[in-house]
Ligand binder design. Structure first.
Ligand SMILES: Cc1ncc(COP(=O)(O)O)c(C=O)c1O
Length: 428
């Protein structure tokens, strides 16, 4: 059945999928077609169940179809689908976020993380009157033209500078790419071109080229240099926002960026993104200011209501700590399993994110340059052994795993048993 669906898909869609990693090309087989999900479980069109550690690449911090979110969405559909006007739902979500998140004085909702980044970059250029943007090797900021330079996610491990075809020299030329975590390179760049730089954009927890936590001192250096040179600091928290803590990495690092971009968790599993930050910067956006930005479906009521219920539930007392601790415990158990089964696997854990990198157990990996060249070759049998046991993770060695509140102790216990069997086969 899956094969038949895939054959039909390839006739109507490039590669048979609507986003490249979904094609399973990195793991050397055709994609599974999934039709249903609940909590931590995914069900494919043939009725097979999997424990889902992808969670749609991160939005589902409560797991699939959390009952409270589902009820809100059903009610929301009964009220209105889209308005294209001012409305109380986006107001409620905006007020809630502004009250809770120090880094956010104003927020504008859009439809995806990509759109949030695109708008934040335009705003940074409009606000500073400068053109250059600094990004870091391996950080992914969506498929904004100027950000498709040395990017991660579906572009990770590419042969060229990872620029996509179709990105003009002009668009890429205003993007200055630095090695991740290299403070000296950063200092040198600001000394030579500091007055041309509109902004630094960074994933404060880089999670699109494996998981590469940064030193707090590096993030502090970004804050200091942008301040000293009149540039803006943009934290791209599309993954980390409302995920590693309610206030994301801005909260954990104790750094207030000028702008933040959000996506994923903020919409509770419905299409959404947002850019936000300091009031004087945000007020450069139309109709208040001269930087244009708009959207037919922006602040869609269904996404707004799903988002607010999700965030309120995730923010209940102790819930972030509990999820992060449960993830760390699971990581510790996996680590012991790796030792017991003699598997050559590197494990990195941060918040409720996990990254398993087969073939790299004793390697220091803190930037894309440290990655083994054969990462996807090692990942393929690893992924397939896990899949055969009923564990689903994103089908690429560069993508991270996400845990959710639906990954209860019982689910994780069952998962560990599956990991054990897969590791035993994988390390034979
Ligand atoms: C850090 C980061 N920024 C931006 C994006 C783009 O978001 P979207 O896929 O919603 O366009 C992603 C997507 O994975 C991301 O991880």
């Amino acid at each position: 059945m899956t094969q038949e669906l895939f054959d039909r898909s390839t006739r109507v869609t490039p590669g048979g999928v609507h986003s490249p990693v979904r094609s399973f090309r990195n793991v050397g087989r055709t994609p599974i077609f999934f039709k249903q999900a609940q909590g931590a479980t995914l069900i494919d069109v043939e009725g097979n169940n999997y424990i889902d550690f992808c969670q749609s690449f991160g939005p589902l911090i409560l797991g699939h179809r959390d009952p409270d979110v589902e009820k809100e969405v059903r009610d929301a559909v009964g009220d209105v689908w889209t308005l294209g006007t001012a409305d109380p739902y986006s107001l409620e979500l905006a007020e809630w976020i502004v009250e809770k998140i120090d880094a956010v004085e104003r927020i504008r909702f859009v439809n995806s993380g990509t759109e949030a980044v695109m708008s934040a970059l335009r705003l940074a250029r409009g606000f500073t009157g400068r053109t250059k943007i600094v990004k870091f090797d391996g950080c992914y900021h969506g498929h904004v033209d100027s950000m498709l330079v040395k990017a991660g996610s579906g572009l990770a491990g590419g042969q060229s500078a990872s620029s996509s075809a179709g990105v003009s020299q002009n668009q890429a030329g205003d993007t200055l790419v630095l090695p991740l975590g290299d403070e000296n390179a950063l200092q040198a760049l600001f000394e030579s071109q500091g007055d041309e730089i509109a902004a630094i954009i960074v994933e404060p927890l880089p999670a699109n080229f494996g998981l590469l936590p940064l030193k707090n001192s590096f993030l502090q250096a970004l804050r200091m240099l942008t301040k000293a040179h009149g540039a803006l600091l943009i934290f791209d928290e599309v993954i980390s926002g409302f995920r590693v803590a309610l206030g994301g990495m801005a909260q954990l690092s104790n750094i207030t960026p000028h702008l933040v971009t959000y996506g994923k968790v903020i919409g509770g599993g419905f299409p959404v993104g947002a850019f936000a930050g300091r009031a004087d910067v945000m007020d450069f956006i139309a109709p208040e200011g001269p930087v244009y930005q708009a959207g037919t479906l922006s602040a869609n009521p269904i996404s707004m209501r799903a988002g607010l219920v999700t965030l309120k539930k995730a923010a209940r007392a102790g819930k972030y700590d509990a999820l992060n601790q449960r993830t760390q415990n699971f990581a510790d158990e996996l680590d012991q399993l790796i030792t017991r089964t003699g598997s050559n696997i590197k494990l990195v854990c941060s918040g409720s994110l996990l990254w398993l990198c087969p073939g790299a157990q004793n390697m220091e990996i803190s930037a894309p340059a440290d990655f083994p060249a054969n990462l996807q070759d090692n990942f393929k049998p690893f992924f397939l052994s896990l899949l055969a046991e009923g564990i689903y993770m994103a089908p690429s060695g560069y993508e991270v795993m996400f845990l959710s509140h639906a990954h209860t102790d019982l689910v994780l216990e069952q998962a560990l048993e599956k990991f054990r069997r897969a590791f035993e086969k994988f390390s034979q």
